[in-house]
Design a protein around this ligand. Structure first.
Ligand code: PBG
Length: 322
């Protein structure tokens, strides 16, 4: 026998001991479920197995089940027909728009559920960009009014948290002021603070048919190569009044999550995006790995890196498994 007084394996001997020494746990209360809503029939999303564009009645049903499973929040994304898209995203301010109706339905059916709405032009934009375009340039300040009007309309419909996601400048402060002036002081801001110009958003853009018609999003979303810049963005959002800051995507950016967690007091969210989800599902369908196990492992890793909450398309399945 080797003389080995120190044997780390002792703490891995049994399930009971492993549970005692486990440093990170995943619970349904850590999860936010992103959901797609549509006017019309339930439609499968090809690149996101198990995900659908849902009509409002089914959306409410799913949200009710999620709430029962212990999931505290859903994040809503409207899938609109091209006929409702224009360069100024006007439909985003329609008090009877699809998203606003969906929020009202949810708050009526499951009032305690936290409803999060995305504040960005792209689902409503005929250009597929997050800002107003002039001569091929994405305008920063001119887009602010559109976003403030959109956020107010969402708050009016009953949103608990609005989530500016376009990665342009001055969003959080401008929206905070607009909400406060209208008396919506209790509506929080979940800031997409460090959102990267990522290839992992592909399936989401299929879901909403929202891919940019021209160019890409590199003049507003962050360069995947940058970490210090993420901190700069987070500090700005904190100063402007964000309530929660977010990193997106999640798994390829665990260092960003960890760095932000170590540097701010606010809760940190991470978004396991459509491409991360699709990769695991696809490999699972090919029989190349156990997708459910790999999903759980990814989510635990995202939490271990420092995320306090995770947006994941697998939220309901994971909550069920837990
Ligand atoms: C749009 C938005 C995107 C996602 C969330 N909000 C796409 C984009 O920036 O092009 C992506 C989410 C995902 O891929 O799951 N502002």
């Amino acid at each position: 026998m080797a003389r080995l007084p120190i044997r780390p394996r002792r703490n891995r001997t049994s399930d009971a001991v492993r549970r005692l020494v486990r440093e990170t746990t995943l619970a349904p209360s850590d999860l936010i479920w992103p959901l797609f809503v549509v006017d019309g029939e339930k439609q499968p999303i090809g690149s996101m197995p198990g995900c659908f564009r849902l009509p409002r009645d089914l959306l409410v049903e799913e949200a009710r089940q999620a709430w029962k499973l212990g999931i505290p929040a859903v994040a809503l994304f409207p899938a609109l027909p091209d006929t409702l898209k224009d360069p100024l995203a006007r439909e985003s301010a329609n008090p009877d728009g699809l998203l606003q109706r969906a929020v009202r339905d949810l708050k009526e059916a499951v009032p305690e559920l936290c409803v999060i709405t995305d504040v960005a032009m792209d689902p409503y934009s005929s250009d597929g960009h997050d800002g107003i375009i002039q001569d091929g340039r994405i305008l920063n300040d001119e887009t602010l009014e559109v976003l403030a009007t959109m956020a107010l309309s969402q708050a009016q419909a009953g949103a608990d948290l609005v989530a500016p996601s376009d990665m342009m400048d001055g969003r959080v402060g401008f929206i905070r002021e607009a909400l406060d002036e209208a008396g919506h002081t209790a509506v929080g801001i979940l800031a997409y603070s460090a959102k990267y110009a990522s290839a992992f958003y592909g399936p989401f853009r299929e879901a909403l048919d929202s891919a940019p018609k021209g160019g890409d999003k590199q003049t507003y979303q962050m360069d995947p190569a940058n970490l210090h810049e993420a901190l700069r963005e987070v500090f700005l959002d904190v100063a402007e009044g964000a309530d929660i800051v977010m990193v997106k995507p999640a798994l390829p950016y665990l260092d960003v999550i960890a760095t932000i967690r170590a540097n701010v007091e606010l809760p940190v969210a991470a978004y396991q995006v459509s491409g991360e989800f699709a990769m695991l599902k696809a490999a699972g369908q090919l029989g190349w790995l156990d997708a459910d196990a790999a999903l759980l492992e990814s989510l635990v890793s995202i939490k271990r890196a420092g995320a306090d909450m995770i947006l994941t398309y697998a939220a309901k399945d994971v909550a069920q498994a837990l």
